[in-house]
Design a protein around this ligand. Structure first.
Ligand code: NAP
Length: 323
């Protein structure tokens, strides 16, 4: 089978399309014939940094059909499935390949009516947004939710998810993306370049944000504290060199800061499984309550271009690879 792998850290050019042996599923695993896999910044970051176990097949999420099932699994050959968490240490492979091994706690059935491209595109970013808004922030109907970068992979799904939950999302985006982010469910969209961002966000939300999703804490943690409402929740999904925001302001608002990573679900046994979250995301997409935006698709031979684009281009939604 073909797989896009890297043997050393480096630029996208270290990715090579190689012929490798097709693996056999063990107990609790299925072998999935990959129909689609999306590209995520984590794939490009791991490639640039290198990972402990190389060669490494890139790709963190997928959608496809079960080609073989190991012992003790409830899936049968031919089942349509989607999955994420494949970049974590406990999974040696990755999804930019003809086939991928997936432990079943990282996998769910893909509903009829949801395409493989949509399934792959929503998996990692959807679980991340769900964890931030549902599990950490406890977002409720009628609440306000603020999303930095409402056109991005995580951002566009976070906007749609908040809307589907009955909350009012307000997002930032560069001006050319304002209209599309509104169609994804945002009540208002603000240019992230403006100087008065916190004040404008508070005005757009009629007070402040009950929940904030921040993927650029270096730049925005202080703004988050300003625009959050009393007792609000701020979920931070990316690392950085951030210093703490104005602690006095955060304390007087009794804010809860949630430093989280979707990967924790895949690596820490005490965390809940990814599978139940995927199941719910699949239903929302199938019912038309959550839109997944696809910027474009590439073939496996264009994996390096997909890695470059996810870090350098401004897109709406996701870039997907179809083997
Ligand atoms: N912890 C986790 O579990 C987890 C999970 C998923 C992602 N992440 C991390 O979260 C980050 C975003 O991931 P993604 O998949 O959404 O990436 P993405 O698709 O590249 O989206 C990035 C978003 O950030 C926006 N942006 C860029 N510069 C900005 C600025 N100065 N101010 C405000 N927004 C700005 C982009 O807008 P433009 O289009 O205008 O550039 C875009 O909307 C990455 O660092 C990723 O590694 C973490």
């Amino acid at each position: 089978m073909r797989a896009v792998r890297y043997h050393e850290a480096g630029e996208p050019g270290v990715l090579g399309l190689e012929d490798i042996e097709r693996p056999e599923p063990g107990r609790g695993e299925v072998l999935v014939e990959v129909e689609a896999a999306s590209v995520n910044p984590v794939d490009a970051k791991f490639r640039a940094w290198g990972v402990p176990s190389m060669p490494k097949t890139t790709g963190s999420d997928l959608a496809g059909t079960v080609a073989a099932a190991g012992g003790g699994v409830d899936y049968a050959v031919g089942d349509r499935v989607f999955a994420t968490g494949l970049h974590t240490d406990r999974f040696a492979g990755g999804s930019f390949a003809d086939y991928a091994l997936v432990p079943t706690d990282l996998l769910a059935s893909l509903p009829d009516g949801v395409t493989f491209v949509e399934g792959a595109a929503v998996a990692l970013v959807g679980v991340t947004a769900w964890r931030a808004f549902v599990d950490h922030a406890g977002l409720e109907p009628g609440a306000t939710a603020f999303v930095h970068g409402g056109n991005g992979g995580v951002g566009h799904v976070a906007v749609g998810l908040a809307d589907a939950l009955g909350a009012t999302p307000v997002a930032t985006a560069r001006p050319e993306h304002h209209d599309v982010v509104r169609t994804l469910g945002a009540g208002a969209v603000l240019d992230y370049g403006r100087d008065d961002l916190a004040a404008a966000a508070r005005a757009a939300m009629g007070g402040g944000a009950d929940a904030v999703l921040d993927h650029m804490p270096d730049r925005y943690l202080g703004t988050d504290v300003e625009l959050a409402t009393q007792g609000g929740d701020v979920a931070v999904i990316a690392g950085g060199e951030s210093t703490l925001p104005d602690v006095t302001a955060a304390r007087s608002k009794e804010l809860a800061l949630h430093m989280m990573s979707m990967s924790n679900l895949a690596t820490q046994p005490e965390m809940p499984d990814i599978a139940p979250v995927l199941t719910r995301l699949g239903r929302l997409v199938a019912d038309g309550r959550l839109e997944v935006a696809i910027d474009r698709t590439h073939g496996l031979t264009e994996a390096a271009e997909a890695h470059r684009a996810v870090m350098e281009e401004s897109v709406v939604g996701k870039i997907v690879v179809e083997p």
